[in-house]
Structures are given as structure tokens and as C-alpha cells.
Design a protein around this ligand. Sequence first.
Ligand code: ARG
Length: 459
Amino acid sequence: KKSQAWSALFSEPMSELVKRYTASVFFDQRLWRADISGSLAHAEMLAAQGILSAEDLTSIEKGMTQITEDIEAGRFEWKLDLEDVHLNIEARLTQLVGDAGKRLHTGRSRNDQVATDVRLWLRDEIDAIQGLLQALQLALVDVAEKNAEVILPGFTHLQVAQPVSFGHHLLAYVEMFSRDAERLADVRKRVNRLPLGAAALAGTSYPLDRERVALTLAMDGVCQNSLDAVSDRDFAIEFTAAASLVMIHISRLSEELILWMSQSFGFIDLADRFCTGSSIMPQKKNPDVPELARGKTGRVVGHLMGLITLMKGQPLAYNKDNQEDKEPLFDTVDTLKDTLRIFAELAGGITVKPEAMERAALKGYATATDLADYLTKKGLPFRDAHEVVAHAVKTAIGKGVDLSQLSLPELQAFNPAIEADVFEVLSLRGSLNARNILGGTAPAQVRAQVARHRARLAG
Ligand code: ARG
């Protein structure tokens, strides 16, 4: 009894090691639902074109219903001998319905079949990821709204630069995630195209209606070149690139959460449920979730490197190399989905410590630019104002005080144009409120952005 689809030609059995080395069923079985949808769409079209009888189609549909139930119930027996998800399902179908099952593969190859399955599967995963990205953005928008008035030292070079609203800071990440969502929507257009009909590499002599199959599978069109259809994996590469960017954004946020929670900053606390303790140091509470997210970013970026390297030397058309696309792609999706889910929850578990943030903002002469702007508005050229304020800062550093703690006469010694209204300008809140420009950090702008994001995310 033959155990492989091509056995008649072969005069010796495959060794156990080669079987295990070439088989993909233990990881590609997760494509089963896409494989069955693709087969049903193909069979329906074969019948409509008169290539398959109506009775055979009914048998195939019945068999596939049975197989679906068995897989869902965990009763389906996956066999290593049958190599991959496609041959496992087809063999079981034939066992259930006889010759009709053997007719299903008419005008089709596993090469266009697997490319179709991966695309269908990935399309649905992209849709799920979009939902998770949206939930994360909404969670961050909520925290941003509550903290529109909270003042954080903004950094450049990790040195205190200018005061910013904590809400504004969080909305920077919302911008990144919204671009990620745009990127994924764009990738989806190229993922959602149909390879079926390309067969092994050259197309097929059967009068297949490819457009009909694409329509049945809710795909946006058909791949227009059979060689490209079976050998292209750049849809998977660009998805993984987009996923890497999402992870990189999460990794940057993670890095900030970790810093902010450290004793040296003390800007936030994270809910206990996202942290773990130490087995030796009783006082420890460690931000494991953001640390792991930062670490898993390396893993996803690694998958991107794996996939692009997998493609680079392949001649047209299909090569078995492509079987290696699955584990990196699956792990990318799993890692991304879990990370997005956990971060949407984590956002609600951030306790903000506004006093500590303000204290830190007061340390680094964060309003020096405001004093320079103040003098510029009084008529001094900006470059001269910049120099005046540098002297003032130097003096304040020498006295160990903030600019706002110098007396009016002391300030006027640097430039006589300075008046009593300077103290509002030198306050953190004055600095924040002054940046009332589109995209700026003034709380009024933050609230406007919150409203814009809510409307965008609802629509
Ligand atoms: N398991 C294979 C893959 O993942 C399916 C296609 C195999 N085609 C072939 N001619 N060996 O790519």
C-alpha cells in the first residue's frame, strides 16, 4: 500500500530521518481551515465549469464538513507519513468519500494550494491584529486624556529638554501604532490575491475560472503570473517587516516604562499583575512584561531576517525552501498578537506619579528655551537671547537654583527687558500652555488630539 502521493516512481522508501526532515504537518496543520476553504472554493468552481460532477461536489462538501468537525473536536489523526496539511486532508477526504476526493486536485498543485492557504490565513490574522492594534490605541488614548495636564520632563539625549504633557508623550505612541495600522492595511491588499490556477508553475490546461474562486474566497484579485504566484513570498516578508515595526514601537514604549518605573526616575508604577518578584531579593518588583516585549522584538526582527534570507537565492519557481516560511511567520503572528493584547491591558495598569515627574522637570532648566523666546518677543534677536539665557543658566547652576528661583533684579541683570511677567513664562505650566500649536504639547492640543483619535478609531 502506497503511503505517499507520488510513490509509484520510487523504488525504495524514504528513511525515517528524511521523512521527519521534510515533513511540515506538525506546524502547518494550523492552516487547515484555510486549506479546506480553498479546496471547497476550487471544487465549487470545478463543478460550475463542468470539470467535476454535481454528485462529486456534494461528496467533497460532505467529507470536508466531517473533517472540519473532526479537527475541531481534536479527533483528526495527523500523520507524519502524509508530510503536510494538504496531503493529510486530501487523504482523509478520499478515505471518507472515495473517488470524488481523488478528483479534487484536478487543475491544482500543492504549490498554488500552499501559497493560497498561507495568504488566506495571513489575511484573517491581519484583520485580528488590526482589532488588537485598535484596542491598544484606545487604551493609550484613555490614559493620555487622564494625564493631559500632567507634566513630564521631555528629553533629548536623555537629558532634560523641555516640559511636555504626559498625555502628549503617550499620544506619540498612538501615532506610531496608527501608522502601523495603515501599513498593515496596505500589506493586506497584496496578501489577499489568489494563486490558485497557477498549478505547479505554468498554469493549467483545464478551463478554470480563477476570478470566481477569488470572489468565493473574498480575495481582491488573482495573481497574474503563474510563476510568480507559486514562488512569491514577499507578501509574508512585508507583513513581517510591518510586524517588526509594531514590535519596535512596543519595544521603545517598554524601554520607557522600565526606565520610568526604576527608582532613579520613579515616574510611574506598574500594576503588580504585570510584574514579578525576585527569588533572592525580597524587596524586588520587576517590570517583566515590558522587558519580555523588548526581548521578543528581537525575535520578530530575527524572523524578518530569516524570511528575507530564505528568499534571496531562490530561482523561479517553487522550491521546497518555501516550506521554511511558516514557522517564522506563525511565530511572528503569535508573538505580535500576545504582545498587543498584554499591552492594551498594561496601559490601564499604569499609575502615574505627577509629583515625581514635576520634580524631575524642575531639575534640568527645562524652561530655558521659554526665557529665550520671551526675550526674542521683546525684540532681541533669537541668537542673542540664547546667549543671555546661557549666562543666566550658568549663574543659576552656580547658586544651585532653578531659573524661576532667581529674583527679578537678578534676572534683569542679564537683560533689562525682563519684567515681572517672566515668572509665568519660567513655570513648567506656563511653558506647557505656551506650546498651543497643532501637534504641540499644550493640554488643549492634547485634548483635541484625543478627540481626533477617538473619532478616527470609532470610524
Ligand atoms: N508543504 C509544502 C510547503 O509548505 C507544500 C508545497 C509542496 N510542494 C511540493 N511540490 N513539494 O511549501
